[in-house]
Design a protein around this ligand. Structure first.
Ligand code: S3P
Length: 431
């Protein structure tokens, strides 16, 4: 599918809600499968990646239903092995794959995890190696999917993660629930801590000391408690709408009911530092997660430097940030972001290639990129099988002097199927 947004002839205005957070949704479904009893959670997003987790769980003998945004799932005895009815296919979802790997190891399940061609290109040694240190019997295919698990007892470890990855930490945290002693994991950056918050809310014992997470295993008598509640909106989906408002002069929008966990709000700090007026109000809490309404008022944007901890706190938002940079005054430089090369695409190469295809002056470095603002002209960009790239490049069409067409834009259904209607609801021309 080709996607071409018409240029904005008027500011974006109004309030909008976005579907529930995908990171939380993956965890809700998987953790619920480990919690005997009925889980019922509202605002559950229905997109390619969340369907991947639900289908994988179904193959493992844990079906769920999703109706009117309410997920219902009956969990099983917490550490009992799953019975896999075939290969557990995770589609394009690395979060499904890596978190399930931890759960399979913890429960001693015999199963093979696999995924799409895109997922098969992503590094899995980063989970297989520490899982083996815990005693897991797991084999990879040259460090990538498919991964085959056989039953093996696990023991606690002390492990320093070489990369700041929430997926790796979460995988190991889940495995640690089934180990015969405590585990300590040290992370080199402020990764999203949804797993800790949610497992604690379900009754697991987890201590944190700065960058160290101390996991206490569950005993065979312990059970996780099922979840009930409503998911906050996804700040990563909100990011596209916030950037849209930031690049269209005179805009003022509110995204309601968004998860504002501080490990995820880098995008708000980046847009504020670039000059947009960002305010966060009506704060509340759900599942131990902070939730709020986010208002953004457009103002002239300026180029900034982005590096260090800010990179991890906005790791999924760089395609959108690159678009804000493309319409800012001056140059934006991103450093310390080599992890972007291991996402749905090599996001450093993809952002640079696609913005360049639209005429922008961009440069690639081993661990980042730079964008000179005001240089996008228009043309044809390609999504490269990456949902975030598709939506971000489409946003350029709101401000570019010539039309922007994104080829392969159907991939956005993987994460935010309502992207175009949500954006349209904020466009006054569309009314
Ligand atoms: C996620 C963690 C991040 C992020 C991904 C979702 C999660 O990946 O990019 O979209 O839900 O734990 P890494 O852990 O590989 O950085």
């Amino acid at each position: 599918m080709d996607l071409a947004l018409t240029a904005a002839s008027a500011p974006l205005r109004g309030s909008v809600a976005v579907p529930g957070d995908k990171s939380l949704a993956h965890r809700v479904a998987l953790f619920a499968a480990l919690a005997p009893g009925e889980t019922e959670v509202g605002n559950y997003p229905d997109s390619g990646v969340t369907r991947a987790m639900r289908r994988a769980l179904e193959v493992l003998g844990v079906p769920s239903s999703l109706s009117n945004g309410v997920l219902k799932l009956s969990g099983r005895k917490t550490l009992s092995p799953f019975q896999a009815n075939g290969v557990v296919y995770c589609g394009n979802s690395a979060t499904t794959f890596r978190l399930l790997a931890g759960a399979l190891a913890a429960t001693g399940t015999v199963a093979t995890l696999d995924g799409s061609d895109g997922l098969r290109r992503r590094p899995m040694d980063r989970i297989a190696e520490p899982l083996r240190l815990m005693g897991a019997d797991v084999s990879t295919t040259d460090g990538r999917a498919p991964l085959a698990f056989r039953h093996a007892p696990l023991h606690g470890i002390d492990y320093a993660l070489p990369v700041a990855s929430a997926q790796v930490l979460s995988c190991l945290q889940l495995a640690a629930l089934g180990a015969d002693g405590d585990s300590r994991f040290r992370v080199p950056g402020p990764v999203r801590d949804h797993t800790t918050r949610m497992l604690r809310a379900m009754g697991a014992r987890i201590d944190e000391d700065g960058p160290v997470t101390l996991m206490h295993p569950l005993t065979s008598e312990d059970s996780l408690r099922p979840l009930r509640g409503t998911l906050p909106g996804d700040i990563s989906s909100s990011a596209f709408l916030l950037v849209a408002a930031a690049i269209v002069p005179g805009s003022r929008i509110t995204v309601e009911n968004v998860g504002v966990n501080p490990t995820r709000t880098g995008i708000l700090d980046v847009l504020a530092e670039m000059g947009a007026a960002v305010s966060v109000g009506n704060r509340r809490e759900t599942f131990g997660e902070p939730v709020a309404d986010i208002t953004l008022e457009a103002a002239p944007l300026r180029g900034i430097d982005i590096c260090g901890d800010m990179v991890v706190r906005s790791i999924d938002e760089f395609p959108a940030i690159a678009v804000a940079a493309a319409f800012a005054d001056g140059t934006t430089v991103v450093r310390d972001a080599e992890e972007l090369r291991y996402k749905e695409s090599d996001r450093i190469a993809a952002i640079v290639a696609q913005l360049r295809a639209l005429g922008a002056e961009v440069a690639e470095t081993p661990d980042g990129f730079s964008v000179r603002g005001g240089t996008v002209r228009g043309g044809v960009a390609r999504a490269n099988g990456d949902h975030r790239l598709a939506m971000s490049m489409a946003l350029c069409g709101l401000r570019a002097p010539a039309q922007v067409t994104v080829e392969g834009a159907e991939i956005l259904d993987e994460s935010f199927p309502g992207f175009v209607p949500s954006l349209d609801s904020l466009r006054q021309e569309a009314r």
